[in-house]
Design a protein around this ligand. Structure first.
Ligand SMILES: Cc1ncc(COP(=O)(O)O)c(C=O)c1O
Length: 384
């Protein structure tokens, strides 16, 4: 029987609007939608709202408002920082460095640069998905101009040692970009104490709508523009800004900063509770071994369980979690992250990413574990 209510544990893909964002958006329905570039009073009001959102975000991140650029999301922020920096610095060198488990918005940017003559080092990770700072140090050459690492991996939840990596880059005079899409809201990020040069954020991971994101770009670090037509967003990103989205993002970012400590305690508790129950399931492997993980993401895999059957049953029960395969052109290829960790195709396909959000409760975790137990027990094969 299909449940009438969904168990939604896929918040790392997209999470519910925060109540304060919902309220704000509903107020907006009756308010002005004037273009912030317009010279009339209504336009100036929109521009003032945009400025306020920018200042609020800068205040939380510990940077200057002029260092925040609004984008359409995390993908555009990563694309812009990586492509724009490489293009701006190409006279200085043509070597760029990243890691094999980055998000496709980073990896595909590097691949595009590779096609255009840049030499790319894709650093390998260990069996937990961690990158070794010594490998990064050793990969830097006199030709290196840019490195990009994610703060938190979206599939496994592992945290990379971003400040250490950024210090290594700074010591060798290369720019350092960080994809912080899965980190913000779960990590203290204070850019005035940091040597990170640019950083990407996404609204729909934070309880703002999809279609808005932000790029922090350190003052004085010019990048080449990648869109043309207008002088919006510091002359780097053309196009009418999504000022309603920006206001919502500002509200969500302030809310996460205010509640970070309380939310971390809550996620820690839920995560331990979840893992304690998962550990009792047949064939389970918890993909969190002794390193630093964000508490809101738990990845686990099942030996002797057919991944396809597992996800069909979960879906029939109205349970929303992510799996370890990227669906492209109708085929379920194993995720590049899990492959990099050494998972074979079968294990990658029987991997779940369970991710919690602001509204997740202990009861929801219990319901999920109960359903999962029934499913796994019924499809687990003792021998293969
Ligand atoms: C780590 C990471 N980077 C970037 C993105 C892309 O963000 P957006 O969906 O806002 O384009 C995502 C989205 O899943 C992500 O998890």
């Amino acid at each position: 029987m299909k449940r009438s209510n969904t168990i939604y544990l896929d918040h790392a893909s997209g999470t519910n609007l925060l109540p304060e964002v919902k309220q704000q958006l509903s107020d907006w329905l009756d308010s002005s939608v004037a273009n912030p570039s317009s010279i009339h009073n209504e336009g100036r009001r929109s521009a003032a709202d945009l400025d306020e959102a920018r200042s609020g975000i800068a205040n939380v991140l510990g940077c200057k408002p002029s260092e925040i650029l609004f984008t359409s999301g995390g993908t555009e922020a990563n694309n812009l920082a990586i492509l724009g920096t490489a293009e701006a610095l190409k006279e200085k060198g043509s070597h760029i460095i990243t890691c094999e488990t980055e998000h496709p918005s980073v990896l595909e940017s590097f691949k595009a640069l590779e096609k255009n003559g840049f030499r790319v080092t894709y650093l390998e990770v260990d069996g937990n998905g961690d990158v070794d700072p010594d490998d990064f140090r050793a990969s830097i050459t006199d030709e290196s101009i840019l490195a990009s690492f994610m703060w938190v991996n979206n599939e496994t939840g592992i945290r990379h040692p971003i400040e250490e990596l950024a210090e290594i880059a700074r010591a060798r005079g290369i720019r350092f970009h960080c994809d912080a899409v899965q980190a913000f809201g779960h990590t203290h990020i204070q850019l005035h104490n940091s040597v990170v040069d640019s950083l990407a954020l996404s609204g729909h991971k934070l309880g703002a709508p999809a279609g808005i994101g932000a790029l922090y770009l350190r003052k004085g670090h010019a990048i080449s523009r990648k869109s043309f037509g207008g002088s919006q967003e510091q002359n780097v990103r053309a196009g009418t800004p999504n000022h309603i989205g920006a206001v919502a993002l500002g509200t969500a970012i302030k809310s996460h900063a205010k509640n970070l400590d309380a939310n971390t305690i809550k996620y820690d508790e839920l995560s331990k509770h979840l893992q304690n129950q998962l550990k009792t399931l047949p064939g389970i492997l918890l993909n969190r071994q002794g390193k630093q993980y964000t508490p809101n993401i738990v990845s686990c895999s099942f030996r002797q369980v057919d991944g396809e059957a597992l996800f069909i049953r979960l879906d029939m029960k109205n349970i929303a979690v992510s799996n370890g395969a990227a669906c492209s052109s109708g085929s379920q290829a194993p995720s590049h992250v899990l492959t990099a960790l050494g998972f074979d195709e079968k294990l990658a396909q029987a991997t779940l990413r369970i991710s919690m959000g602001i509204g997740t409760t202990r009861d929801e975790i219990d319901d999920f574990c109960e359903e999962l137990k029934q499913i796994v027990t019924s499809i687990y094969r003792d021998t293969e």
